[in-house]
Design a protein around this ligand. Structure first.
Ligand code: TXA
Ligand code: MG
Length: 338
């Protein structure tokens, strides 16, 4: 099937959703919008469909995918809906799902019967989330099954926050792109592992740890520094092609002077208005900064820079997630596994 960028506006969102649903049911790859980043979806119960996701993305087979669920599942105790996809869902997972789904929170729980082992890289746990985007929720309700989907970029590069980014990265490897406009949050979901004796934060993301702690009633153990348990935790992840240095605002003049040389192009991304060219000014609050970060990193890659300086934001609820992604973008040992 030819790749189809579906703007969901030509003949109405219902028709676009129907086309995407039929493609998923036929085992094809459908890129879909979420509030965080675009996902590259396949029927989570089909190992053949899931294998195509790994192939299109260039992702190593052992790296588990997140399974996206519709919002009309009953989350209550012994709910037949959730038990199709999950087992051993404890009270902490239930409380977090109840409070934050649909939303940017992925919960690691036991893998249920409708998730193909290939989707989780053979693990007996699965990351589940109900995304908060009207088009994708309508699609998930229509198909009535789990949709396994990593971010819709080549493995190791920056996640896509528009349909055009998906096409730039994956091109004809995707069968269908459901265009839902730019992603509202712009960084990936927060991941919490609930399979152990206490919930553990694996990846900071669209929901701040303090919000999760308010629901749990206790501090969340942070295991980011621990052994790399998930692909998003590799230091090389979320990296643009250009080399990056993170700097504090009071180092700015010094760094620009130090990097200056005839013909050398130093780019600057900073959370304030500045006149530097090539450069990009982002909002001072981490949430506003997050919403534009990945598109800006892509623009910086296109600007043929020799080096990119980034001043992080210093406040806002999504500060943790933004600092995490920026640190990875600047990791000296990063290898873009494209
Ligand atoms: O916001 C998001 O989470 C986006 C949208 C599309 O939902 N998805 C996303 O997927 O970021 P991906 O594959 O790029 O990152 C998923 C992360 C990876 O680091 C993966 O290793 C981890 O979730 N993960 C998935 N299942 C897991 C499991 N069973 N145990 C531990 N980590 C898991
Ligand atoms: Mg990703």
């Amino acid at each position: 099937m030819a790749q189809l960028l579906d703007p969901a506006g030509v003949d109405g969102p219902e028709a676009a959703i129907e086309r995407a649903a039929v493609a998923l049911e036929r085992g094809r790859l459908v890129a879909f919008p979420t509030e965080t980043v675009y996902g590259l979806g396949a029927d989570a119960s089909s190992s053949e469909a899931v294998a195509r996701v790994f192939e299109a993305k260039g992702r190593p087979a052992g790296h588990p995918l997140i399974v996206h669920l519709p919002d009309d599942l009953d989350l209550g105790v012994d709910s037949p809906g959730l038990s199709r996809f999950a087992r051993d869902v404890g009270p902490a997972a239930r409380a977090l799902a109840e409070a934050f789904w649909p939303g940017p929170l992925t919960l690691i729980v036991g893998r249920g019967p409708e998730v193909a082992p290939a989707a989780t890289g053979g693990r007996d746990t699965v990351g589940l989330r109900v995304p908060d985007h009207p088009l994708t929720l309508a699609l998930l309700r229509r198909v009535g099954r789990g949709v396994a989907g990593p971010s819709a970029n080549r493995f190791g590069s920056v996640s896509p926050t528009t349909a055009a980014h998906v096409i730039d990265d994956l091109g004809p490897a995707v069968d269908h792109v459901l265009d839902g406009g730019p992603c509202r949050i712009g960084v990936e979901s927060t991941i919490v592992d609930t399979t152990g004796s206490e919930p553990v934060l694996l990846r900071p993301g669209g929901i701040a740890a303090v919000e999760l702690e308010a629901v749990l009633g206790h501090p969340l153990r942070d295991d980011r520094g621990g052994p790399s348990r998930a692909s998003g935790m590799l230091a090389s992840h979320y990296a643009p092609d250009v080399s990056v240095t993170l700097i504090a605002v009071d180092q700015l003049d010094h760094e620009l002077e130090r990097g200056a040389a005839p013909g050398r192009r130093i780019g600057l991304i900073a959370p304030f208005e500045h006149g530097h060219q090539p450069g990009w000014s982002l909002p001072p609050d981490a949430a506003g900064y997050a919403a534009r970060l990945y598109a800006t990193l892509r623009a910086a890659d296109r600007a043929e820079l020799d080096h990119l300086l980034i001043v992080p934001p210093d406040r806002g609820t999504l500060l943790d997630a933004v600092l995490d992604r920026l640190t990875k973008a600047a990791a000296p040992d990063r290898v873009n596994t494209i």
